[in-house]
Design a protein around this ligand. Sequence first.
Ligand code: SF4
Length: 293
Amino acid sequence: MHDIWNPWHGCIKISEGCQHCYMYYLDRMRDQDGSRIYKTSQFDYPIQKDRLGRYRIQSGELIRVCMTSDFFLEQADQWRPEAWDLMHQRPDVMFFLLTKRPERVADCLPHDWGNGWDNIWLNVTCENQRRADERMPLLLDLPFKHKGVMCAPFVGPVSLAPYLDGGQVEQVICGGENYDGARPCHFEWVQALQKECVSRDIRFCFLETGTVFIKDGKRYRMPLKQVQSEMALKAGLNHPGRPIRFHLTDRFGLEIPRDALYVPHYRPSCERCSGKLTCNGCSDCGKCEAKEK
Ligand code: SF4
């Protein structure tokens, strides 16, 4: 996908949320072992250019990093400095990091990190209360300009209230589990989390229900992610929250003029997708049209 950069692939399971990891599942489908960790051919994606010499990633885009691994995985320590350097070469692009290893972050920062680069967004996974209480204090202590939370897979009720009042958390995304052995997501968990975010005007996105969804005592089975996303949107819980502003510059530190920044565009099918609130927009891959045919 255009808005995903996987500099390396593969991972080691570390907590309850990893039990049915989609990366392991998809690797198994390809007769691969998800615990085999390797550098990918797309390692230099942030600085790749098209045949006209333009960056493939435009200024102002939001790129999700390491969606088939963890950016702070120990086995990737050898490659990370180069990855940081690539993100530093693109201060005009936003990079969304997601980790279950916040305890490793402080020792993995570049020497010139200071109190955080403006274009880096650190998010931690809080799949249940135990992991929220373990990871949120670490996240709040880390020197990052932008912070967020991912309650996905949502496998237990989570209250983030004690960690939201300081105003550091700009976004909370939640979503049920998918693939083999998917555990149920309860609607009342989503509602309770949304209330905590709305009362503090923090962006909240209910991305998808997951394969097994429990609402008003009824159990729903929805294997199709498109249906899950439509159901999540229909719940009407998404909240844009206060604006999230990134200070994006060119390599000389000059602010990028607003009209030079990438503006996401969407297709009709995006209007039924609950992830629209947080996504980088349509990349014209044509997959959704193919599905609708
Ligand atoms: S941290 Fe993420 S990628 Fe790694 S095993 Fe867990 S769920 Fe999978």
